[in-house]
Write a protein that binds this ligand. Structure first.
Ligand code: FAQ
Length: 329
């Protein structure tokens, strides 16, 4: 596996002969499926790759709360409002586990959050699309959480212990999110009027392709994959996971009685997978550059939240200090 990656990797990887003794011992530990823990020696590039991926992942969870928060005040019933609020709170919790996992690598949370607020740090492209109708909340749960789960189930086996353990906990909660989203859409399709059914199809039309983009660029254009696979940070490639997501989602789409906005989507019996059309990678890279429909709004909202919450943080610190002084006295 490693030798093959050395041959085909987008970035050339070091061969075992080119590695230092420490690097070789590290790679052997990875190959033996022994988790790397915070106190273990690790190559600086491994540490930096994890800080990059985990911080982007944490930012995605936190920014991902915003398109859903848009519908809390307009949820169609008390039950739906409670479900949505619980889901959004779960996403906040996921962000916190992930920032904590990132901190075990020596990264500073405030610095990374500042990078998000200055527009330098990435977060998942999907959250730069708007949620225009209630059906979008169903589609986000079904498609966006569905794609996140396919990616995260594999990350439970990632080589870095704290990230892997955070993923195990997160995956348990994500499956509830996906089901509540699908149930919203199923209810609209089975019990709704024509306008509500049209809303579901419209939400799928807009969110289908951006959900497929969540898995990242195709393997031959993914600069980080070869090294991340060799270090077993990533266990399956972007394209493999995208295909798995499509294969498991199309039957659910059919059960809804809806279609995907992809005329080339069809079962290929020979491959045992669905074939699908060309992803618009220009759009993906534009969103990454900050030019998606909601990039500016998302970052501005996060910045405002930090400013608005300053007094709460100050009060919490003052309270903690007072308590510590009292205990010391
Ligand atoms: N959006 O070489 P690769 C969720 C960047 S959680 C933005 O393939 P890599 C829960 C990539 O960072 C969703 N940027 O990179 C929820 C890299 O940039 P850099 C988040 C993207 O890291 C649901 C460059 O492109 N999940 O949804 C994207 O090996 C509902 C080259 O790409 C995770 O973060 C993208 N879609 O593979 C919350 C999972 N794709 O830093 C609320 C963990 C790629 O070199 C509501 N992350 N880029 O400048 C991963 O598995 C990986 O980081 C990938 C990308 C697969 C996302």
């Amino acid at each position: 596996m490693y030798a093959q990656l050395v041959e085909t990797g987008v970035k050339r990887l070091k061969t075992l002969d080119e590695m230092s003794e420490q690097e070789r011992a590290f790679q052997e530990r990875i190959d033996a499926e022994i988790k790397i823990e915070a106190k273990n020696w690790m190559p600086d590039a491994y540490r930096q790759t994890l800080i990059r991926q985990i911080s982007q992942h944490a930012h995605s969870e936190i920014v991902g709360m915003l398109p859903e928060g848009n519908w809390v005040t307009r949820a169609p019933s008390l039950k739906r409002k409670l479900q949505l609020m619980a889901k959004i709170q779960d996403e906040a919790g996921h962000g916190l586990y992930l920032y904590s996992a990132m901190e075990t690598l020596g990264a500073d949370r405030d610095t990374e959050i500042e990078r998000l607020h200055s527009g330098k740090a990435k977060y998942s492209s999907i959250f730069n699309y708007p949620t225009l109708s209630w059906a979008d909340i169903g589609a986000v749960g079904w498609l966006v959480d569905g794609a996140a789960i396919v990616n995260q189930v594999v990350l439970q086996r990632t080589s870095y212990g704290p990230y892997s353990r955070a993923m195990i906990r997160i995956c348990k909660e994500e499956s509830f999110h996906q089901r509540q989203g699908y149930e919203i859409l199923l209810t609209m399709m089975r019990e709704g009027n024509q306008a509500q059914k049209d809303m579901v199809q419209d939400a799928i039309n807009r969110l289908w392709w951006p959900s497929l983009m969540m898995f990242g660029p195709s393997d031959e254009h993914s600069p980080n994959s070869a090294q991340s696979m060799a270090w077993k940070i990533k266990r399956q490639s972007n394209d493999e996971l995208r295909q798995r997501f499509i294969d498991q989602t199309v039957p659910q789409l059919e059960l809804l009685g809806c279609t995907a906005p992809d005329p080339e989507l069809k079962w290929n019996a020979e491959r045992g997978h669905y074939d699908f059309g060309q992803i618009q990678w220009d759009e993906f890279y534009e969103v990454l550059k900050g030019n998606g429909p909601c990039n500016q709004e998302r970052v501005a909202t996060r910045r405002q939240a930090i400013e608005d919450g300053a007094w709460v943080r100050a009060a919490a610190v003052a309270h903690a200090k007072k308590k510590a002084n009292k205990n010391a006295a």
